[in-house]
Design a protein around this ligand. Structure first.
Ligand code: BGC
Length: 256
């Protein structure tokens, strides 16, 4: 099935039509700058613009960098506070006239990795940690997502992990790979201690340079880089939307 996947980030809103079986794009990838302030109504306008540019009609999967329950955004660690309590699914559906499913960005990227990438076929507890402006996380048990795990907000010596060990912090503080790698190692050991995973997947743009910091990671769990990089959010949003659609659409087959 072909669906539109949209990934809403702090600097850009990206979308493409995705074949949900293969994860391949079947359209160009469209990127529009996130409007200044990223207020709900302005972001919704961009989502509608993206739908129009791709000339799309059909269900849409969309990510938000926040906890999302039943389409409602619950937190706003790195986005405008106006999102807290906003029914993002309803807002985007009204603006586009389409059925829009909304989920956490790390959960969506994790769904792409567990379905088609580094976590494919892996059983047990698989944790994906996404290193970007913040730290996102996705937790799977035997391939099933436990949504909205916020492992980026673990406290380490009184500091919120994502304010101390994210990829953005490395850049802002101009940390060397070894300084940052050691911080990440401390953080991942906390994750390990709390969750006892069977596999940790590291994603986010910085994971392309995994050879620079993986040597500093001494965790008693297998750690691998993600395989889908920047497009994982778009692909995962489309796959998740298809799954949600199946759950909400009654089976047309008569039972008797
Ligand atoms: C948010 C998460 C999000 C992550 C990555 C964190 O600040 O709390 O919900 O997944 O950033 O965008």
């Amino acid at each position: 099935m072909v669906l539109l996947g949209i990934d809403i980030g702090g600097s850009g809103i990206k979308g493409a039509l995705v074949n949900s079986e293969t994860g391949e794009f079947v359209s160009e990838r469209v990127r529009i700058d996130t409007p200044a302030g990223a207020l709900p109504a302005d972001v919704a306008d961009v989502v509608a613009q993206l739908v129009k540019e791709l000339n799309y009609q059909g269900p849409v999967g969309c990510t938000m960098p926040a906890v999302v329950k039943n389409g409602v955004t619950q937190t706003a660690a790195n986005i405008a506070k106006e999102w807290i309590g906003t029914d993002a699914a309803k807002l985007f559906s009204q603006k586009t006239g389409l059925n829009v499913f909304v989920m956490n960005d790390a959960d969506a990227a994790g769904i792409a990795e567990i379905t088609l990438g580094a976590g494919k076929g892996k059983l047990g507890t698989v944790i994906m940690i996404t290193l970007g402006t913040g730290i996102g996380s996705a937790v799977f048990y035997n391939g099933v997502l436990l949504p909205n795990f916020e492992l980026g907000h673990i406290e380490i010596d009184g500091r919120v992990a994502e304010k101390w060990a994210s990829a953005a912090v490395r850049k802002e503080r101009d940390l060397d790979w070894d300084e940052w790698g050691k911080r990440l190692n401390i953080y991942l050991n906390y994750v390990q201690k709390f969750t006892s995973p069977d596999l940790i997947i590291i994603s986010g743009g910085v994971s392309k340079k995994y050879e620079k910091f993986f040597p500093y990671l001494k965790v008693n769990t297998e750690i691998v880089p993600a395989q889908m990089f920047n497009d994982a959010g778009i692909v995962g949003a489309a796959i998740a939307a298809q799954q949600m659609l199946q759950q909400t659409t009654p089976d047309p087959t008569p039972t008797s």
